[in-house]
Design a protein around this ligand. Structure first.
Ligand code: SF4
Length: 123
């Protein structure tokens, strides 16, 4: 009996429909089909074994003109860490000015991922 999962590749706008298959109980690699290019197989393996996402959010600032500032992770973060990170971000209040790329949080949950500002913000 084969274990089968369907996914849609989000690596480019083509959105290929992918099928991942491997033997029931098998710990071997998934066999991926439906991908137009190798990035699809890499995406599917990553998604099945360790799903990650770029996180975008806003944080409160001390500015009256810019009360919330945009931030994002510099790399995809494991999905299980996203909700705790958002809770942490929503409790923060930062001072401006900030520069685009400036680090707000270094090494989220020891993942090596940083949260950075995505704007040059000053009053
Ligand atoms: S498999 Fe390749 S062509 Fe298809 S959506 Fe993914 S990146 Fe794009």
């Amino acid at each position: 009996m084969m274990k089968k999962k369907e996914l849609i590749c989000i690596s480019c706008p083509r959105g290929c429909h992918l099928t991942a298959e491997r033997g029931e109980g098998s710990t071997g690699e998934w066999q991926i089909s439906g991908n137009f290019c190798p990035r699809g197989a890499a995406y599917a393996i990553q998604e099945l074994n360790d799903p990650r996402r770029i996180v975008t959010a806003t944080v409160a600032s001390d500015s009256r003109l810019l009360p919330r500032l945009p931030v994002r992770t510099d790399r995809p973060l494991p999905k299980r860490m996203i909700a705790p990170l958002l809770n942490r971000l929503y409790r923060l209040r930062v001072k401006i000015p900030v520069k685009s790329g400036e680090v707000l949080i270094d090494d989220v949950e020891k993942s090596g991922v940083r949260v950075i500002f995505s704007c040059n913000c000053k009053e």
